[in-house]
Every structure is written in C-alpha cells, then in structure tokens.
Design a protein around this ligand. Structure first.
Ligand SMILES: Nc1nc2c(ncn2[C@@H]2O[C@H](COP(=O)(O)O[C@H]3[C@@H](O)[C@H](n4cnc5c(=O)[nH]c(N)nc54)O[C@@H]3COP(=O)(O)O)[C@@H](O)[C@H]2O)c(=O)[nH]1
Length: 846
C-alpha cells in the first residue's frame, strides 16, 4: 500500500553498466564507489534488523549516521505525500536545490524517477535497494549511487533513509554523442593559398564513424587534408560547395557518391554548417535509401505495367509511371492534372466514386474497371491496388493490366459457345438457357409461352444435289426469314442441321402460336434464289405450350420434337401441337425404326412377285417385285407401314439395293421373255450411285438389262428434276426400261410424260376400280391408253380384280393388265406355278 502511494509511472532509471543492478547491494558495497559511511549504515541496518522486522529509525540514524550526514536524506509520509524531512548537502547538490520539506513528486524528473523507483522497491521488499542516477550539468554527465533503507517508525508509517553518493568521475556528453554517432561527424578548417583563397580543408576533428567511411583510423586522418585522406569531400563538386558555403558563412546540404575500396559505390548525404572559420559536417550513409529508390524506380517508373498513385481522399492523381503515359496517351503533365474519376467513362463515375472512397466498398484487387484513354477509346483494366503513404498523404498505388483484348476473346469464345457459327443464331445451349428463364417467368407471372420446333422439308435434297455451300447459304437465308417473321422478344435459334426453334414468350392465347407457326411455314416455303438456282423447301413445325407441355426445358424440347415429327408424318408443310398421346406413338415409331434397321442384317425381307399379263398374247410379260417384311413377332409387316419410315430415315437405300440385286438374281431363273419390275423410291436417286448399283445388280445376276423394268412415281420428278432426269437417262443408257407408276394420282402427271420418254405408263388402280361404273374414270383410262399408244408406250391397268374391269380396260386400249384377277403377289418359289396357271387361264381352262 505504502509503496503504491508512490507515483505509479514508468520509472526508467538508468542502471550503471559497471554494477550488476539496483538491488544488488552486495555488488555495490564491494565496488570502489561504496564509502566507509555507507558500509557503516549498512552494517548497522542489518545488525538491528530482527528477522523480518525493520530496524527502528532512531536506532539506525540517531547519532550513528552523522558520518554520512551530508549524503543522506530522511523521507516520510506526511499528509499523503512522501516528504523530505532532512537532507545533507550532497543530497541537495544532487537534486539541485533546497530539500527539506520538498515532496518527492515535485523533484526534477531525473531525480524523481530514480528515487521513486528505489523507494517503492525498498518498501515492497523491506530491504535496502541500490540504484544509479545520472544528471547532466553544463554538458557533463554526473553519476550518483543511491541506496534506500526502509526503517520502522514507532509513531507511524516507515521512514526511508536515502543515501546519495556522487562518483567522482564525469564525462562530456558531446564527446559521448560524437563518439557514439553512427553518422560520420567532422570539423574542417580551411586551408588557404597565398592569395587567401580557400583551396582545401584540414580535418580538425572526426569521429570513428567518419573515419570508417574512408576505411581508416581517426588518428590517421586528424590534421590531414581532405584532398589527401578524405576524398569523399574532395571531389570537385563537393569541394566547390564547401568553399562557397564557408565563404558565405551559411549551411548546405548535398549528396555525394563515393567509390569504396571494395568497388561498391556508396551514397552520402552531406549536411554542412559554417561555424566561425570552421565547418561542421555530418555524413549520413544513404546507400540503402538510394537502393530502395532505385528499386522503387524499377518497380514503379520502369514497370512495364501502367501504375498510378492517387490521393486516397480526393482521388487526384499524384504520380504515374512511364508505361501509363505510353498506354493512356496523355502527356505526363496533362494526366497528373486529372483525377481517377476523369479516366473513367462518364456513366461509371458515380459508382466508381463510391467504390474508391467508401472503405467498405473498396474494390478488390483483380476487379475489372473501364478506363478512358486520351483518344477517347475505352479499355478494360484489371486493378491491383494497395494503400501507401505518399509524402505524408494517405494514397493508393495501383497497377493496371489491360485485359481489353483478353475480354474480347473471352466474349468471342462465349459467343461461339452459345451461338451457331453459320447463322449467328443462339444455339441449343443458349436456347435451353432462354427456355429455363422463360419457364421461371411463366411461373412468376402465371403466363404461358410457345416453343416452335421447325424442321426444313427437303433440305437434305438441296444439300445432296446442289452441294453443301448452297445448303449453307440456304440455312442463312432461312435464319434471316425467321428473324424477320418474329417479334423482338421472340428468340430464334438453330439446333443444328436443318432444325430451328422459335421461343415465343408472353403468349396471349394459343391462336397466336398457331398464327406464328403458319407465318413461319409461309416464309420458309417461299422460293429462294441461291447462286442462280431457284430452291424450294418447306417447313414442318411442332408446337408445345409452356408450362402445360413440359415443366422443364428438356421436357419441352422433347415434346415439341414429337409434335414436329407428327407434322412430318402428316405430310410435311404443316404445324402440329404437342398432344400427350404422341409420346406413345413416337415410341412405337422409334421401335419400328430400330427393328427395320436390324431386319436387313437378320434377313427378314423377302420378295413376292405379282404377274403382269400382256393383252395381246394373254401371257405373263413381267412380274412386279414387291417387298415383304416377315418380322419374328410383328408377323408380316405391310410395305405401306414400313417403306415410308425406311424412306424417312434413309434405310430405303440399302433395302432398295437388296431388292434390286435379289429381283435380278431370281428373274435370271425365269423364261427369257419375262421381265421383272422393281419399284424405286425417290430417295434412292440421291447420292448419285443408283445407275452403278443397277449395273452391278444386272451384271451380278447375268440378267439382260431389257428384262429389268424400273418403276418410278412422280415424286422422283417432283424435286431435283434435273438431277433425277439425269439419273433416269443413265439408267436408260444401261438398257433398262423405265415405267411411270401410279399414273394419274399426281399433281401434273401429263407434264411428266413430256419430261422423259417412259417405256410404260401404269394407270393407278383408283381409276380402274370404278372404270365400269364411272364415266370419268373410264374416260381417263381411255385417254391415257390412247396417249400411250400414240407415244409408243405400254399402258398397264393396275388393280384389275374382275372380268368386267378387265373387259373395260382392254376395250379402252390398255396393253397390259395387273391385278388380283390374274394373281396376287407370290413368293419366288411359286412363280412357275403362276406362269402355268395363267397359261391355262388364257387357254380358257380356268
Ligand atoms: N420403293 C419400293 N416400294 C415398294 C416395294 N415393294 C412394294 N412397294 C410399294 O409399297 C406399296 C404397297 O405395296 P403392296 O402392299 O405390295 O401392294 C402392291 C400390290 O399388292 C397391290 N395390288 C396389285 N393388284 C391389286 C389389286 O388387284 N387390288 C388391290 N387392292 N391391290 C393390288 O398394289 C401394290 C403394287 O402397286 P404398284 O407398286 O403401284 O404397282 C406400293 O406402293 C408399292 O409400290 C419396293 O421394293 N420398293
């Protein structure tokens, strides 16, 4: 408690380096600084101490301390202040004035701090405590030993006996500082020529640090000329400045470089002051600072990245490096007159101000900003910045990486990843993103949207016949037409191949979706002019309504795809809405398609042959080969069911080739007068290999070309007529016969007769069916038969089932008859029987 009453401040009394420490009484008493008097007091104090009880003040002091009376003071607590009761002259010399009645806390700082510290420790430990105090007087340092003895007081609080002993040695503070300074310090006297001009300087005094700079001992240099032994200051520039400064009696500050003996260049800051006829010089080694400056220059000024320092409060530019000047195109002066906001595009400035001034919104390193260059162009820069102190101001230093090109490339890559390269339309990935957004919009706003799946009709034909470059141009034009046909917020995309999608958000009613689909079909079906070709295609459109027809983007796409398939199946060029049962139908169709692919490999196809009878001879002139599919579980699948599917997926090409080769091979076993008729699909004309396949089939079977009749329908001449006519001519050139099948069912059958010299016209059975009852049908059969006769073509009446029909078509001029009346299609093994049966029929035996 008593100890705590002493001022609690930081007591930084100094310790004597020659003594172990305060409190180490034994060391002090053993030192030469302990006087006889202090030895006596100490002995007395220890002798009178009983165990831990302090000796009484009277016993220690009264009559016994007289020998050291001038060195001691008695301190006791009076009215809460430690007060000096008595003090001798030595003590008063130490504190520098009268002591009696002084309170300790009012003593000068150097004395007070040491005394208070020792007193507190003496009270706390109840032991004598030694301390060393220093005081400075007239530039000299005086050292005092202080010993504090705690004493018991019969009438109150303990009393403290303070002994102060002045060591008889002093030292010069200036000398100490001079000697200990790490800076080089010198005093120079001028050396004058005969005419009184200063020509050199003599080193009058110097410290060891100065001598170390020139790698010598101070004693070697003292009284020597700087030109001889202190070359650092004798360079032309330095000497001139010292001479000028000396004559002006002023001060000067400059820097000098000094090549040291080890070959390194050191840099010094020279502060010189003229004092009467002398010059006082301090040399500060600034080599490290210079190196740091050089590093900074390298890192900042010479950095290839643009770097700027700006005021953290005003955002004014404070410094910029060379790369900034080069990259931004402003002059250094012009740019330093700007603020960081001036180099941001106008529309970014408000947010930039917030970001750069609000410490909470401080931009992250790596953020990308837009900057303006002097020519007004905008660049994207990635920023790396940190706080710095710039000449005492809070500032930020920032390096900027120009990522404009990188961002452009990234944007291009992103665009490429989301767009179709040919048409520039969004691709499937982006469409799916739009679909997802539209679906969540539908949910939020309780709205609906339509998705149109567009498949181009006959696009493949264009590609196959006119080539891919024309196909590509066509797709580009389709894309343009679709873009023009939709509203601004509708999204047109290309899914690949000849498949497009239109997303129609915010649908008012289903009628709007239907109207758009009709518009799409109309615009896509209008003729195109490409590289001198007039191209006509169509569009089949599936429509699904979101969210009713699918709650996810994938489900919607799957369902709209089914709707489009239905449109295709329903004759193309039409639009069909998705219906829930389509799924099952599409599934069934897919299974049929898969079975069909396997059928050829598994040998499930066979050919049946139907006789064709010549009217004139009454004998079989030919057999028509008709394809049959015997499926292990489906049973006999009729050609009407699988041939359209085979045509759609292109399987008709290998299947048709199998038919050709099989028919030729089997016909080669028949009587030489009997021909075989093979149906060709329009799809088989694509690819340009048909004539080669026919030639190969004939050669392989050893069948005379004239015994092969190739039946085509008008669909072959409907599209790509030039190319297909060319193929027909090639087939004709092989020596085969070409028949026009299903005549009369097409759009302009007569005009086709003009385009190619057919060998035979087969009048469709729909005309034959009512030939007896319908005057119109009879007239048509008659007209076609007449036409055939005049053009030198055979005319075959198809589907003759009755004798009445037979009589009419013969009377109308048909030259060949085919129908159930003469026989249904039979397997190859029954051809001979059929021939026999018809011969007998002709002879009236059946
Ligand atoms: N591209 C290919 N098409 C082929 C091939 N094989 C057949 N087909 C075509 O499939 C369609 C259906 O053929 P199919 O079921 O074989 O019917 C043929 C005859 O059975 C039938 N026919 C003949 N006479 C009568 C009759 O008196 N009544 C009646 N109801 N039907 C009869 O007509 C079909 C033959 O017609 P056509 O080809 O026009 O001469 C059919 O379009 C076939 O062309 C093939 O290998 N490739």
């Amino acid at each position: 408690m008593l100890a705590e009453k002493l001022e609690r401040k930081s007591f930084n009394w100094t310790r004597d380096a020659s003594l172990p420490s305060r409190g180490s009484m034994e060391s002090f008493l053993a030192s030469p600084f302990a006087t006889i008097g202090i030895h006596a007091i100490d002995r007395n104090w220890r002798a009178l101490r009983k165990g831990t009880a302090l000796p009484f003040y009277e016993d220690v002091v009264l009559g016994r301390a007289s020998r050291v009376g001038s060195n001691i003071a008695l301190v006791r607590l009076r009215r809460a202040d430690w007060t000096i009761m008595f003090a001798g002259e030595e003590f008063e010399a130490w504190i520098g004035g009268k002591a009696q009645g002084q309170i300790i806390s009012s003593l000068k700082l150097d004395c007070r701090l040491t005394l208070q510290g020792a007193m507190r420790e003496a009270l706390e430990t109840a032991c004598p405590v030694h301390a060393v105090a220093h005081s400075v007087h007239l530039g000299y340092v005086h050292i005092y030993d202080l010993v504090v003895y705690p004493l018991a007081n019969r009438w109150g609080e303990p009393i403290l006996l303070v002994y102060v002993g002045h060591r008889k040695e002093t030292y010069s503070l200036i000398d100490a500082i001079f000697a200990s300074s790490l800076d080089g310090l010198l005093a120079l006297a001028p050396v004058k020529s005969a005419d009184g001009a200063v020509v050199d300087f003599q080193v009058v005094s110097l410290n060891d640090s100065a001598a170390r700079i020139v790698a010598r001992e101070a004693e070697q240099i003292r009284w020597q000329l700087i030109s001889e032994l202190f070359p650092l200051l004798a360079t032309e520039g330095a000497l001139d400045r010292l001479v000028a400064m000396h004559s002006a009696g002023t001060t000067d500050h400059f820097e000098v470089d000094y090549l040291r003996a080890d070959g390194e260049t050191a840099h010094f800051s020279v502060h010189a002051a003229a004092m009467e006829d002398l010059i006082a010089i301090s040399l500060v080694d600034i080599t490290a600072i210079k190196r740091r400056e050089a590093s900074f220059r390298l890192l900042f000024q010479d950095n290839p990245l643009p770097m700027m320092v700006y005021d953290a409060a005003t955002l004014d530019l404070l410094d910029i490096n060379k790369a900034t000047v080069e990259h931004y195109g402003y002059s250094r002066e012009a740019m330093l007159a700007l603020s960081m906001l001036d180099i941001r595009p106008r529309e970014d400035r408000a947010s930039a101000r917030v970001a750069m001034l609000d410490p909470h919104a401080m931009p992250n390193s790596g953020d990308i900003w837009r900057h303006l260059r002097a020519d007004g162009s905008t660049i994207d820069v990635q920023v790396y910045s940190r706080a710095v102190d710039f000449h005492g101001k809070p500032a930020r230093i920032a390096a900027y990486v120009d990522v404009t090109e990188r961002r452009k490339i990234e944007a291009r890559i992103s665009h490429m990843a989301h767009h179709d390269a040919l048409t520039g339309l969004p691709n499937r990935t982006l469409l799916l993103e739009h679909l997802r957004k539209t679906l969540s919009q539908c949910e939020r706003r309780d709205s609906t949207a339509a998705i149109h799946y567009i498949d181009l009709d006959f696009f493949k034909d264009v590609n196959d016949t006119l080539g891919h470059p024309v196909g590509d141009r066509l797709l580009g034009q389709v894309a343009d037409r679709l873009r023009e046909a939709v509203r601004d917020n509708d999204v047109v995309s290309r899914l690949g191949g000849d498949e497009f999608c239109v997303l129609q958000p915010d649908l008012g009613d289903v009628g709007e979706a239907n109207a758009l689909a009709e518009r799409i079909i109309k615009v896509v079906s209008a003729p195109y002019e490409i590289e001198g070709h007039q191209v006509i295609i169509g569009a089949s459109v599936g429509i699904a309504i979101a969210p009713a027809d699918g709650e996810t983007a994938d489900a919607l796409l799957k369902n709209v795809d089914m709707a489009m398939y239905r449109a295709k199946e329903d004759g193309r060029g039409v639009a069909r809405f998705f219906q829930a049962d389509m799924d099952a139908k599409v599934q069934a169709r897919r299974e049929l398609e898969m079975d069909l692919r396997a059928a050829l490999v598994r040998g499930e196809f066979e050919l049946h042959y139907q006789p064709v009878v010549a009217v004139e001879s009454g004998e079989v002139s030919a057999f028509e080969a008709l394809l049959r599919w015997r499926h292990p579980t489906r049973g006999m699948v009729p050609p009407d069911r699988f041939i359209p599917v085979a045509e759609q997926v292109g399987l008709i090409v290998p299947i048709g080739e199998w038919v050709l080769r099989t028919a030729c091979r089997e016909a080669a076993n028949w009587p030489a007068t009997i021909r075989v008729a093979v149906n060709l699909s329009a799809v088989q004309f694509k690819g340009g290999k048909l004539a080669a396949i026919v030639a190969s089939a004939l050669a392989e079977a050893g069948l005379a070309p004239r015994r092969l009749e190739l039946e085509i329908t008008e669909s072959v001449l409907l599209r790509d007529s030039d190319s297909n006519l060319n193929h027909l001519n090639q087939l004709r050139a092989l020596g085969t016969r070409i028949s026009m099948d299903d005549f009369g069912t097409g759009y302009s059958s007569l005009s086709y007769l003009r385009s190619f010299p057919f060998d035979k016209i087969k009048i469709d059975r729909s005309f034959v069916k009512d030939v007896a009852g319908s005057q119109g049908d009879g007239a048509i059969v008659r007209a076609v038969a007449g036409l055939g006769t005049s053009l030198g073509m055979i005319t075959t009446a198809e589907g003759v089932e009755t004798r009445e029909q037979l009589a009419r078509v013969v009377a109308d001029g048909c030259t060949e008859i085919q129908g159930y009346l003469f026989g249904r299609p039979v397997p190859a093994g029954e051809v001979q029987d059929t021939l026999e049966r018809i011969r007998l029929m002709d002879k009236g035996q059946n």
